[in-house]
Design a protein around this ligand. Structure first.
Ligand SMILES: [Zn+2]
Ligand SMILES: [Zn+2]
Length: 306
């Protein structure tokens, strides 16, 4: 896999290749709410047993969960987060915040910061200099590399956009709003590109290596969801991110930071996003707006609303 000639890895693309599928988030979320046994996952999701079993197996293979036997006869197993898996919840936190802001989505759950007892309102800061992240302070890598799996054997096969995330999750949560609009690999990669600059259809086609018809459908959906906009509908009119689209920056950067913390091999060069105020490759921390402490998934308390 590793060769000196291999191109720089893009951590965001690598993360999307590993976790960019709505099921990963939905199952991870159930674990965060306390599910560890098969039936507990099954009760939070409208999913067939065979698909759930297949997904859990896959999440174990990705190193997000560990599987431990808790009963000998008949054999029963439980699934517990590894630190890599726990880290995925930071991504969900950023999606929840986006859903609350842009969709004023209802939630069955309130997330409370254990340190200060306040509901979580995240603020995204540079781990190096502590400054709040602003799009205009970032220097992006030159290109989005195409078809770049971190490790082929761990990439999720059979990407697909869920027809309606709400129909598979029994819990209401604003994060599902993000999954609904951009919860598939292509939409995530398109939005990643759009954060960097406006682009034309043929550029996205050439860079992402995505089939015309699929690209066209994804772009149409992203426009109708209000994440992308165009000045006119002509073939050459560029697509650019709307303010709602630009606000996905925090989710993108948190996802990329998760990849840097948990996935990338330090020996392999990766695409850097330079935070201009400090000149360092950006890693983002989520800070509590109320008390200023860095939020870790371990000190978030999910409170189910009755
Ligand atoms: Zn900085
Ligand atoms: Zn706090």
């Amino acid at each position: 896999m590793k060769s000196p000639d291999s191109p720089s890895l893009d951590p965001f693309v690598a993360a999307v290749d590993v976790i960019g599928d709505a099921w990963t988030f939905l199952i991870t979320r159930e674990a965060f709410f306390g599910a560890s046994k098969f039936d507990e996952f099954a009760s939070g999701l409208k999913i067939s047993s065979s698909r759930l079993a297949e997904r859990l197996k896959h999440l174990v293979a990705l190193g997000l969960f560990e599987r431990k036997q808790y009963q000998a006869s008949p054999p029963r197993f439980e699934y517990r987060f590894t630190s890599r898996g726990f880290g995925v919840y930071s991504i969900a936190l950023s999606m929840i915040a986006w859903g609350q802001k842009w969709r004023s989505a209802e939630s069955d759950v309130e997330l409370v910061h254990a340190s200060c007892g306040q509901p979580i309102v995240p603020k995204y800061v540079c781990r190096e200099c502590g400054e709040e992240i602003r799009l205009e302070d970032l220097k992006w890598p030159p290109i989005i590399p195409r078809n770049q799996a971190l490790a082929d054997e761990t990439s999720v096969r059979g990407w697909r956009k869920l027809p309606d995330v709400m129909s598979v999750a029994t819990r209401k949560d604003p994060a599902t709003e993000v999954l609904k609009v951009a919860g598939d690999r292509w939409s995530m990669l398109i939005m990643y590109g759009a954060l960097q600059r406006a682009f034309r259809f043929r550029e996205a086609h050439a860079k992402l290596g995505i089939a015309h018809n699929i690209l066209s459908l994804r772009l149409k959906a992203l426009v109708s969801e209000g994440l992308l906009e165009r000045e006119d509908a002509g073939r050459q009119a560029p697509y650019r991110a709307t303010q709602a689209g630009k606000d996905l920056l925090s989710s993108v950067l948190v996802t990329r930071t998760w990849a840097l913390d948990h996935l990338v091999d330090a020996d392999r060069p990766w695409n850097q996003i330079i935070h201009e105020p400090c000149g360092v490759d950006l890693r983002v921390d989520i800070q509590c707006t109320h008390c200023g402490e860095v939020i870790t998934p371990q000190n978030v308390i999910p409170k189910l609303k009755s």
